[in-house]
Design a protein around this ligand. Structure first.
Ligand code: NAD
Length: 241
């Protein structure tokens, strides 16, 4: 089988870094797009294609994809992982807060996927994976824009799956629980957040990025061509889709 290429957004740290390294470990050529440089990811992946820019900027995304094709010749897998999850009381949430979350979490996946699609179609095979959240079901009251954006991503997943299936492309979403990443530790996981979420899970430990890897690899697997439009809830039993 030819070497396949995967693009992971938000690959500088956290889940995106874990996904990028896991895909490289399974033989993929990997590119990452992040607002930040990705030295920790790059040092673990031979021939890593590091793209620095905003997933919600059309020119950045288009140029980034052109660079991937220049360097790798093709693109097969897109992992829409870049996201933000600010917590704030609803009454204090501004229109700009709302728009920022929608821009990164929903417009970003739209733009990246839309720009990537011609390349996936040219390859005649593709896997699009959207990272949503079990928060769409546990619905924390301080994350209204986030929950709306991640629920939107599930709708995007379902409808897009129907739109692209004839090209041999599947589209699925993965919904983690609260995961111990540096950002979560600084924000939603601080002040007892991890303990609170853990107490609602059947699996009584905090989720770590490695807990999501087997699901990602399953979804992108050659043999998973009949799995599409689905949201895989990998949240330790905290929420049931
Ligand atoms: N950590 C959790 O508890 C948790 C739980 C459920 C879902 N998720 C989702 O998983 C994904 C990753 O979460 P994480 O905890 O690893 O986050 P993180 O903050 O550790 O990493 C996200 C990366 O995305 C990048 N990024 C942010 N905005 C961007 C933009 N506009 N363009 C390009 N890159 C951008 C950041 O620079 C960062 O490197 C997010 O979509 C998040 O909503 C996280």
């Amino acid at each position: 089988m030819q070497t396949r290429t995967a693009l992971v957004t938000g690959a500088a740290q956290g889940l995106g870094q874990e996904f990028a390294v896991a895909l490289a470990g399974h033989g993929y050529r990997v590119a990452g797009l992040d607002l930040e440089p990705q030295p920790r990811t790059a040092e673990q992946i031979p021939d890593y294609v590091e793209l620095v820019g905003d997933v919600s900027d059309p020119d950045t995304v288009r140029e980034g994809l052109e660079r991937i094709i220049d360097r790798c010749g093709a693109l097969h897998v897109v992992v829409n992982n870049a996201g933000v999850y600010p917590a704030k009381p609803f009454e204090e949430t501004t229109l700009e807060d709302w728009r920022r979350v929608m821009r990164v979490n929903l417009e970003g996946p739209f733009l990246v996927t839309h720009s990537a699609l011609p390349y996936l179609k040219a390859a005649g095979w593709g896997r699009i994976v959207n990272i949503t959240s079990a928060a769409v079901l546990t619905a924390p009251p301080t994350m209204v824009p986030y929950v709306a954006s991640k629920m939107g991503l599930i709708g995007f997943t379902r409808s897009l799956a129907a739109a692209v299936a004839r090209h041999g492309i599947t589209v699925n979403a993965i919904a983690p629980s609260m995961v111990r990443t540096a950002t979560a530790e600084r924000t939603v996981g601080a002040d007892g957040g991890f303990e609170y979420v853990r107490s609602g899970q059947a699996v009584v430990r905090t989720q770590v990025p490695a807990d999501l890897v087997s699901t990602l690899l399953y979804v992108v697997d050659e043999g998973s061509g009949f799995l599409t439009g689905q949201t895989l809830n990998v949240s330790g039993g905290s929420a049931y889709l």
